[in-house]
Design a protein around this ligand. Structure first.
Ligand SMILES: [Zn+2]
Length: 621
């Protein structure tokens, strides 16, 4: 077993699997047995959870979201908690708030208004007391009594805020009734075995770190408005007009897409129940890391069923909900179904974890559990790219509870890499685009290793570290290990950590164990070190019928060798995976030629390389 010790940002040390040296904050997790060095959860692993019962009203003309929640927070940890942390995400719209995006002044407000907050019968929303602290998007409460280990605390909270209309960071109002409502309720932050309470600031850049909770959410809207949400709809019979209900029921059993609500349906009249002025849409979601919902009084609704290999759910109900002007969205339900089929059968070749998914036509591209908020694109390949990326997030981070504030590369990069082949089959060039983006930026002083905690990054550095570079690392690791072994490693990791909070070391240790190889030689350059990929052609000798040459790994990041040898009569392609770089810097080739050498080309558009000037050898005539 190779041993290396190195320095990262002068404070964090790491050594390969089998050694005991870890970041200092990880050490006690291994000592206490909450994690184990074979990469599996330790025998003392624990995590906390909450049960949310929420009644929320949407008041469209004020864009107001007003809710009342009863939360039971379960402290499964061995610690007695002297504080409890809530996330008030919408505080990023407060004047002077810390945020990583540009805000239109029309959207500035005073933050989330907490009307009432009771913890175990103690009224705690007394802003004059030091036991009530609002720190950006975090609200920290110090209750009179500690929350004992293995006990629960009952929380009642009433709150409201208004939706943004211009600065729609992954949510907001798209027109007078079409709203995507996310980051919307006072959410108990994560308390974990590695860092205790998560009080890292929410700035709008990093997306999630959530526990797995149960939700019962009742959403009250005017009777002309439809609602789509995380979880499963409980009272559909009370909500839909009879003809719409029969189309909905047909869609739930149909492999092909059914237009549940379209233009003709709106012409007939209100597609919903008109007995009262308001309807209450009731949703239940079990063991999910968040809850989001969306509304509209004029969007079209397509639906179909996907028969899943997941024995627990059997069927996935797929919906696309969209503005009629978004022509690409007419195909989104079908594309979603094909994406899920690809995920189940090819990559990651793992059963889809949830019984429903709705792709809603807001803007940008953003995932929530069982909900996606996507803008319209101008080509089918882009729509396939966006849809498959966001749905891939169902696995990471919604099945695997990744801490994206610290390890966005364990989440975004999988959503980039898992659908590469599906996107390619549909005319997309996502692999090539990522290779190009990485080649353009790798080795720049602002290009940092993915292991740097994500909350410290923003902009291009964040995108490269969270998305592009780690996605390519997985792609080349799969190429090296082969599909079978790579999937064995990945499935072991997924089976071990489904519904839990894996760290980078759980990931490395699992792959090392299942692959039966210390992969530190690969993890270190790709994920821990500054640097760049650069292969070069060296020492070409062409004697008689024998061509000999060296490929030199000039940059520290290992990438495969693809050599094209062109002679007057033929073209030979030679390929080596990253394995050749395990223990050397130069790889030697001897190639028999039976005709005159013309040129040698190294690499192509699927292999990143920062300097292409040393990738070509030509016989000068
Ligand atoms: Zn993503």
């Amino acid at each position: 077993m190779k041993i290396f010790i190195y320095l990262l940002l002068s404070s964090i040390f790491f050594v390969s699997y089998g050694q005991s040296f870890l970041p200092t904050n990880f050490k006690s997790a291994y000592e206490k047995g909450t994690r184990s060095n074979d990469g599996k959860p330790g025998k003392n692993y624990w995590q906390n959870s909450a049960d949310y019962k929420i009644d929320v009203e949407v008041i469209p003309n004020k864009r107001l979201i007003s809710g009342k929640a009863q939360i039971v927070y379960n402290n499964n940890s061995p610690d007695s908690l002297n504080m409890i942390v809530f996330r008030l995400y919408q505080n990023i719209f407060q004047k002077g708030a810390l945020r990583n995006f540009n805000l239109n002044s029309i959207d500035i407000h005073d933050g989330v208004s907490i009307e009432n907050l009771v913890l175990n019968n103690e009224i705690v929303n007394d802003t004059s007391k030091s036991s009530y602290r609002v720190q950006g998007a975090n609200l920290i409460i110090f209750p009179s009594n500690r929350i004992a280990p293995k006990s629960s605390v009952k929380i009642n909270v009433d709150w409201n805020f208004s939706l943004p209309i211009k600065s729609r960071v992954r949510m907001g109002a798209y027109d007078s009734t079409s709203f995507f409502v996310a980051y919307w309720y006072p959410q108990v932050a994560v308390y974990d075995d590695l860092n205790g309470w998560d009080i890292l600031p929410f700035t709008g850049e990093q997306e999630f770190y959530n526990d797995f909770n149960n939700y019962e959410v009742n959403i009250k809207v005017p009777n002309t408005i439809g609602v789509w949400a995380t979880g499963e709809l409980q009272n559909v019979d009370e909500l839909l007009r009879t003809d719409i209900l029969s189309k909905y029921n047909a869609a739930k059993k149909s492999e092909s897409v059914v237009n549940i609500i379209n233009e003709e349906d709106y012409k007939i009249g209100n597609p919903y129940n008109t007995e009262g002025e308001y309807n209450v849409w009731k949703f239940v979601a079990k063991f999910v890391p968040d809850f989001a919902f969306a509304t509209s009084d004029h969007y079209y609704w397509d639906g179909c069923n996907y028969e899943s290999s997941n024995k627990n759910i059997k069927n996935v109900f797929i919906s696309a909900v969209y503005n009629k002007n978004s022509k690409d969205f007419y195909e989104v339900a079908e594309i979603s179904k094909e994406s899920i089929d690809f995920f189940e059968k090819k990559s990651p070749a793992y059963p889809f974890p949830y019984p429903a998914i709705t792709v809603y036509n807001g803007d940008g591209g953003m995932e929530f559990p069982m909900m996606v908020n996507d803008g319209s694109t101008n080509s089918r390949a882009s729509t396939v790219g966006l849809t498959s990326h966001e749905i891939a997030h169902t696995y990471f981070p919604f099945m695997m509870g990744i801490n994206e504030k610290l390890y966005a590369w364990m989440d975004e990069s999988w959503a980039v890499m898992l659908p590469f082949d599906f996107q390619h089959q549909n005319g997309g060039k996502q692999l090539q685009n990522n290779v190009q983006a990485y080649s353009d930026f790798a080795g720049h002083e602002s290009e940092v290793p993915p292991i740097v905690p994500s909350y410290q990054l923003r902009g291009r550095a964040y995108r490269m570290a969270a998305y592009t570079r780690p996605a390519l690392s997985y792609y080349f690791l799969k190429d090296y290990l082969g599909e079978q072994k790579f999937n064995d490693c990945l499935h072991d990791f997924m089976n071990s950590w489904v519904g839990k909070h894996p760290s980078p070391y759980d990931f490395f240790y699992t792959f090392n164990r299942v692959a039966k190889e210390d992969l530190s030689w690969f993890w270190k350059p790709w994920l821990f070190d500054y640097g760049y990929p650069d292969l070069a052609i060296k020492n070409v000798k062409n004697e008689g019928n024998t061509l000999s040459l060296e490929i030199y790994k000039k940059g520290n990041i290992p990438v495969p060798i693809k050599l094209k040898v062109i002679t007057s009569a033929e073209e030979k392609t030679i390929y080596e995976t990253v394995k050749v770089w395990k223990d050397k810097e130069t790889h030697f080739f001897k190639i028999d030629l039976n005709s005159e050498l013309v040129k040698i080309e190294l690499g192509d558009e699927t292999i990143p390389d920062v300097d292409k000037s040393n990738n070509l050898y030509e016989i000068k005539k």
